[in-house]
Design a protein around this ligand. Structure first.
Ligand code: AMP
Ligand code: MG
Length: 426
């Protein structure tokens, strides 16, 4: 007969939302900043507001290849204007002689006095010695002219402190003349996997694997996920399931990292050494979340040598899908806040889309469940048939998660909340 479970194991689970709030409340942005080349700043977080020292574009300029003119000079369609100058992009013209037009190209500055551009398709060249064109339609003031400062006005805060840079924002920063940007430091993260069963690919060929041994898969996606999040990763490898080894690994990592991230060993079995080790070296504050996959999740701190200082600790479940999903839903916002993204911009979960289920879930789960699904060509969602937290294929086959509330069955055609992996990996 099984012994009764200890009371702690039956304690009510914490809701994902409460866990998220709790987790985010425990983390403050790193204070260190560094200057990086704008080229290298994708996904980094701005340490200061970017204020524009100039207006963009710097002058009124043409948005078409055509002719710049004064609208007042074209009273009717078919008016002929002499072409008095030629202005290409990157070259300044001079004031437009009254009663004439300027040949102009896209991006070239408008000559003083001109107030519109007629695109070349709406003109016909007049043959003969004089260079002149028929203007075939009466233009409107401002037509095909990009106004100085229409993108950015001088003195405007173009990107705010705490903004996470995207490819487009790098371009915008460059348009202000900024070759370097001040950004928050990268979080230094120590990563280790626990488990005596783990073997590194390359160390033992598949045919020589001992019974019970498995390859360490978590290490590969966790490292890649951390790198995508802009972290500096110290990969400390595999820590055996022994108390002393676990204590030693945690202790060494705490001094030089902002976060220790582990996978495995956070359940309640006696081979799970993470929990008591973190308790011995600091504190363990969060435990067992009401979500599936991903129930065993731990947050804590590990003391550093400097009195009063501590390193964040997050223990992810060992099951690969649980580890993957809890990283996306919990560790990701944690890392964003650590990197200086303000809490106001950190949504609890990325925006969900309502899509029809092209599958059923007949048995409701007691926990809030994140099902691995894939959009299909008919505009609905297909479910990966095996939702076991050990089946990593589901996360590769799937392109997102259905966020299914606790105790909810799903019938064919029901609208469900879909969160795309692309949003969680950006
Ligand atoms: P644990 O949380 O340590 O009890 O592990 C739960 C399950 O996840 C077990 O089946 C482990 O073998 C498996 N597991 C733990 N760590 C890893 C890893 N790094 N890669 C693949 N599977 C793992
Ligand atoms: Mg284990």
């Amino acid at each position: 007969m099984n012994a009764p479970k200890p009371a702690a194991a039956r304690a009510p689970l914490m809701s994902l939302v409460d866990a998220m709030h709790d987790l985010l409340n425990r983390v403050q942005a790193l204070s260190a900043t560094e200057t990086v080349a704008t080229f290298d700043a994708d996904r980094r977080v701005l340490a200061q507001d970017l204020t524009s020292a100039l207006q963009v574009p710097p002058n009124d300029n043409s948005s078409m290849d055509g002719y710049a003119l004064r609208v007042a000079d074209v009273t009717e369609a078919g008016t002929v204007l002499r072409v008095s100058q030629r202005i290409a992009a990157g070259h300044a013209g001079h004031a437009l002689e009254p009663g004439t037009c300027a040949r102009i190209f896209t991006g070239a500055p408008m000559p003083a006095g001109a107030d519109a551009v007629v695109m070349q398709e709406d003109t016909v060249e007049v043959g003969g010695d004089i260079h002149a064109v028929h203007i075939q339609a009466v233009p409107e003031v401002g037509q095909w002219v990009r106004r100085a400062g229409e993108d950015v006005t001088r003195g405007a805060v173009v990107l705010a402190r705490g903004e996470r840079l995207s490819p487009a924002s790098l371009g915008l920063a460059a348009s202000l003349g900024l070759s370097h940007l001040s950004v928050l430091a990268r979080p230094r993260v120590a990563l280790f996997s626990t488990g005596d069963e783990l073997v590194m690919p390359g160390d033992v060929p598949p045919e020589a694997m001992k019974p019970g041994a498995i390859y360490n898969s978590n290490r590969f996606f966790l490292r890649a996920l951390l790198q995508r999040m802009g972290c500096e990763v110290s990969d400390l490898g595999i820590v055996p399931d022994r108390r002393e080894a676990t204590l030693a690994a945690l202790k060494t990592a705490a001094d030089h990292h902002d976060l220790i991230l582990t996978s495995g060993g956070v359940s309640v079995g006696e081979e799970d050494h993470i929990k008591p080790s973190v308790q011995a070296l600091g504190s363990l504050d969060l435990w067992q979340i009401g979500m599936k996959p991903g129930k065993p999740f731990a947050y804590g701190t590990v003391r550093r040598d400097t009195p009063g200082a501590a390193c964040h600790f997050i223990g992810l479940p060992g099951n690969p899908v649980s580890s993957f999903v809890t990283f996306l839903l919990l560790v990701r916002p944690f890392l964003l806040k650590l990197q200086g993204v303000p809490a106001s911009r950190l949504q609890a979960l990325p925006p969900a889309t309502s899509l029809p289920a092209h599958f059923t879930v007949a048995r409701a789960d007691k926990r809030r469940e994140f099902l691995r699904v894939r959009r299909n060509a008919a505009g609905g969602l297909d479910l990966f048939p095996n939702q076991s937290s050990g089946v990593l294929t589901s996360a590769v086959w799937g392109d997102g998660l259905v966020d299914n509330p606790a105790g909810t069955t799903i019938a064919q055609g029901d609208l469900v909340s879909y969160i795309s992996f692309a949003d969680l990996l950006a």
